[in-house]
Design a protein around this ligand. Structure first.
Ligand code: SAM
Length: 329
């Protein structure tokens, strides 16, 4: 079993396969996009498979593929298929915006993907366009339908933004009435990629929950799973459930079991750190698996206690406002 210097189990890897995205959610990246990584800067699929295989041998049990948008990287399905055969990997899952995903759902089912996080901040096509700057609402809803049809568990991720989509909170909760979905409301974080100063959080998890309780005062608290980042609830009689994620308030660091690898191979042992080592450079310098394992173990034994400490440790030149697409949200 892999543990860190605070005795926390590490068994979950979030791997971002690209920084590119086909949406321009304003809270994630500027409308003109990012200064995209070149192909040679990206980890190759072969490198990703090799590091995933090593990490699974070391104790990683669950891998989430994310980005950027995973489906904009060419041949992603082939990579996922190879990954799904790794011995010892108990769960392969992904986070997607759903724009290109619908046609791949049957294949995802076939390779054993049991759960997908679908990002959807609004149920209104006009607000979807205002938030994402792209007219793709219909395609995202088609992915939603396909996932449900193929019995893949769906978690909807909705970032709550003052003046943008708070009127969607209740309609999103109402999705859980007849559908077996888990709708998760996420606090907005400063990772917007355009360097603008984050002026503080208007909608924290307490306010989001209060808003839901005004309409549904009798929502019941569910037991959260041991490494859950969300506080989970259910409206009595509803099929689905609701989660609230204190991503900015950082209330869940004490049980954090996850590490991240960015598209260019940076290892992050906390969402808020600036990267602790570069796996791509280590692999390309000719390191053996044993060399890589040793540096990884060293990094895991120096994990910050929480996201506040990680943010404080960042150099002044690297404030925490890179895009979530380069981190792997
Ligand atoms: N493209 C995929 C998607 O949209 O699901 C995966 C990558 S995206 C960066 C992963 C998640 O990060 C999405 O649910 C997105 O809403 C969330 N995210 C991006 N920027 C964020 C921010 N500043 N605060 C909170 N969540 C954010």
């Amino acid at each position: 079993m892999l543990t860190d210097n605070h005795g926390r189990k590490i068994n979950y890897l979030r791997l971002a396969v690209t920084d590119r995205c086909n949406l321009r959610c304003f809270y994630c990246m500027p409308e003109e996009g990012l200064n995209w990584l070149s192909r040679s800067e990206l980890l190759t699929y072969e490198e990703m498979l090799s590091v995933c295989s090593l990490l699974v041998k070391m104790g990683i049990e669950k891998i989430r593929i994310t980005g950027g948008e995973p489906f904009v990287r060419k041949d992603i399905m082939q990579f996922l298929t190879s990954l799904s055969t790794l011995d010892g990997l108990n769960e392969l899952t992904m986070t997607t915006n759903g724009v290109l995903t619908a046609p791949f759902v049957p294949e995802l089912k076939k390779i054993g993907v049991k759960s997908v996080n679908l990002s959807l901040d609004t149920l209104d096509a006009n607000r979807f366009f205002a938030i994402t700057k792209r007219d793709e609402f219909t395609n995202v809803m088609a992915t939603f339908e396909q996932l449900l049809k193929h019995d893949i568990e769906v978690k909807i991720n909705a970032v709550v933004m003052d003046g943008k989509n708070t009127q969607d909170i209740i309609p999103l909760v109402e999705l859980t009435k007849d559908l077996p979905v888990n709708v998760r409301f996420i606090e907005e974080m400063p990772f917007n990629g355009d360097g603008h100063i984050y002026t503080g959080l208007q909608w924290d998890y307490v306010r989001i929950l209060d808003e839901i309780k005004q309409k549904y005062p009798d929502i019941t608290k569910l037991t959260d799973s041991p490494y859950s980042t969300s506080y989970n609830y259910q409206v009595p009689g509803h099929r689905g459930t609701i989660g609230v994620i204190a991503a900015y308030s950082r209330t869940f660091c004490g049980t954090c079991n996850r590490i991240r690898i960015t598209p260019d191979g940076e290892l992050k042992t906390c969402l808020y750190d600036a990267g602790v080592l570069n796996i791509r450079d280590i692999i390309r310098s000719g390191a053996t698996d044993e060399d890589l394992q040793n540096v990884l173990l060293k990094a895991f034994s120096h994990r910050p206690k929480d996201g506040w400490e990680a943010e404080k440790n960042r150099s002044k030149n690297l404030p925490a406002h890179e895009s979530m697409a380069t981190i792997g949200g």
